[in-house]
Design a protein around this ligand. Structure first.
Ligand SMILES: C[S@@+](CC[C@H](N)C(=O)[O-])C[C@H]1O[C@@H](n2cnc3c(N)ncnc32)[C@H](O)[C@@H]1O
Length: 259
């Protein structure tokens, strides 16, 4: 597909954002970024990328808004329900009933919250590290408070683990605040702790990266999993090269680290 922006302007923006440490656009898929960038320019009233760079010089908040806009935050509770059921079955069948989990690219928190709810209902206790590169999203996620319309009937069995704040929002009970720790963390820049987690969830995150960046991030994610631990990815994502990373497919979108 033809690029929306002239190469020279695109590379100038990539270089500027990299140099300022804002965002490593070169590690994301250009076609996807360009599409969103177009929307951002329209929203913020810019026409060309050089004008945007000028704006970024003047207004530091613009960079925060840009990062928030370019990183896609679509998420939902128990996204792809059968995949969550299989995750629970596999964990419980292998005797994994607690430990440490990492939700890498957690967006506004539905993913770590789903994992917490699923396991808590079984009485299993987990320490969950929930991270995302976008600090605005993490600030929202850590409240563990959700608008009524983001809650789905899938959450009905977990009623006892929620409390209603007001007519429009619900929160998870305080135990969830104790069990989930939130951090801003960029998978392109920082590694996770080595062999620290029984489960790493990173769903619908790798798909945004360039081929080379995906390989790097995947290596880092796998290095954070204990031997015998699990990697859980999105239902529509593929990991045909799993064995190269020391992973074995044990169910759709679920992999176990064997070395
Ligand atoms: C589509 S959402 C997926 C959310 C959740 N994992 C799910 O499946 O429902 C992708 C998330 O990845 C995050 N992300 C993008 N680049 C990242 C990076 N370099 N490091 C960490 N998170 C990143 C985005 O900010 C966004 O919240």
């Amino acid at each position: 597909m033809a690029s929306r922006f002239p190469d020279i302007e695109w590379h100038a923006l990539v270089h500027y954002l990299d140099h300022e440490g804002f965002l490593f656009l070169q590690d994301y898929r250009r076609d996807q970024v360009e599409r969103r960038l177009w929307g951002f320019l329209l929203r913020e009233g810019y026409i060309r990328l050089p004008d945007l760079i000028e704006g970024l010089h003047r207004d530091r908040d613009l960079a925060t808004r840009l990062k928030n806009f370019l990183t896609v935050h679509v998420s939902e509770f128990f996204r792809d329900p059968p995949y969550w059921e299989r995750l629970a079955e596999r964990l419980h069948a292998t005797g994994v009933t607690g430990g440490r989990a990492w939700s890498a690219g957690c967006s506004w928190g539905a993913e770590p919250a789903s994992f917490w709810l699923m396991e808590r209902l079984h009485g299993h206790l987990w320490n969950i590290w929930a991270t995302d590169t976008d600090s605005v999203t993490i600030q929202q996620a850590k409240l563990l408070r959700y608008p009524k319309d983001s809650l789905s009937p899938l959450l009905d069995p977990y009623r006892s683990l929620w409390r209603q704040d007001d007519d429009d929002s619900w929160s998870l009970i305080s135990a969830a605040h104790d069990d989930i720790r939130w951090d801003t963390h960029d998978l392109l820049v920082e590694k996770g702790p080595v062999r620290a987690f029984d489960v790493v969830m990173s769903r619908y995150v790798l798909i945004y990266f360039s081929h080379e960046a995906r390989r790097r991030v995947l290596e880092n994610l796998v290095s954070a999993i204990k031997i015998g631990g699990f990697l859980f990815i999105g239902a529509t994502e593929t990991l045909l090269d799993a064995r190269q990373f020391g992973l074995e497919a044990v169910a759709p979108a679920l992999f176990q680290r064997y070395v």
